[in-house]
Design a protein. Structure first.
Length: 294
């Protein structure tokens, strides 16, 4: 891809700010705190000024999130768009009166990780806001609850090996297919993904990683997606070697079996059966398709 010009970046910033203003018309939801910088940016985007804007556009996005056993909590996102945004990431600091200093640091560092992994080169203020809405409340009591359960949780977490067999009505979308591969890699899961109709995904690894993977995947929009079968094995020591030992797949890859049909989206299920048989998982075939494979 060719690099974006400053002009294009400025235009993207303006259209994203317009979008935010139309989605969140009230001052208490979205407010640009530096109107001068915004005016400079507009003049630059519309080619009325050759001078590169001297300051970043800064604004506040307020997000209300539900906290279990409590009412709504407001989180404030103080945002600044560097001149090269979206080529570079936005600067965002999330605050709330209910967050301790360390909780705030933890939350902001996780948000940054999310942006680095998911938003390079694309406008991402809405996904950042969505992330804060979905996750910020989890940080409020995090230290309190985690310090109490760490000793017990660590033990059980490391010692469960899980394999999920996920069934979807279809998997065509390239971005979803990329997400499946990327997230599995990020969470050290192995298995395979068979796109097409139906779509089949198998992931295996630490229980907590499998659950994190499933919670991300099912948030995407699907006609129908479910866990068809789940296997849990408790491990003695839970060490790396033991985990590797349980794996039936070495990495997570996309498998296409002799695609056919008008859209080349129907896979050869006989080949899928033989692939599963090789991996010692032939009995799964019947759970998916309700027939004996051959």
């Amino acid at each position: 891809t060719t690099e974006m010009t400053n002009q294009e970046e400025a235009e993207i910033q303006i259209s994203e700010l317009d979008l935010l203003a139309s989605m969140f018309p009230y001052e208490e939801e979205f407010a640009v705190t530096d109107q001068l910088a915004l005016a400079e940016l507009k003049r630059y985007a519309e080619n009325e000024s050759a001078e590169v804007p001297s300051s970043k556009v800064e604004f506040i996005l307020n997000v209300k999130a539900e906290v279990p056993n409590a009412s709504m909590v407001e989180f404030s996102m103080a945002c600044a768009l560097p001149f090269k945004y979206p080529t570079v990431l936005p600067e965002i600091t999330v605050r709330s009166s209910l967050l301790s200093r360390s909780q705030q640091i933890h939350l902001n560092s996780d948000l940054k990780t999310y942006l680095v992994q998911n938003c390079s080169g694309e406008p991402c203020m809405l996904s950042a806001r969505e992330w804060v809405k979905d996750h910020a409340a989890d940080y409020i009591d995090k230290e309190l609850s985690s310090s109490m359960t760490t000793s017990g949780a660590m033990k059980s977490e490391v010692t469960m090996f899980t394999r999920l067999w996920i069934y979807s009505h279809h998997i065509y979308n390239k971005q979803k297919r990329k997400n499946i591969i990327d997230w599995a890699k990020e969470l050290s899961l192995s298995g395979f993904c068979m796109p097409g109709k139906p779509g089949v995904v198998c992931v295996e690894g630490l229980q907590s990683s499998c659950e994190e993977f499933w919670s991300r995947v099912r948030r995407l929009t699907w006609k129908r997606i479910l866990i068809r079968h789940r296997e849990d094995v408790s491990l003695e020591g839970g060490g790396h070697a033991e985990i590797q030992n349980q794996r039936k797949f070495s990495t997570l890859e996309e498998k296409c079996f002799d695609a056919h049909g008008a859209r080349r989206n129907h896979m050869n299920l006989g080949q899928l059966y033989h692939f599963l048989e090789e991996k010692g998982c032939a009995d799964i075939f019947q759970m998916y398709f309700g027939v004996e494979g051959h």
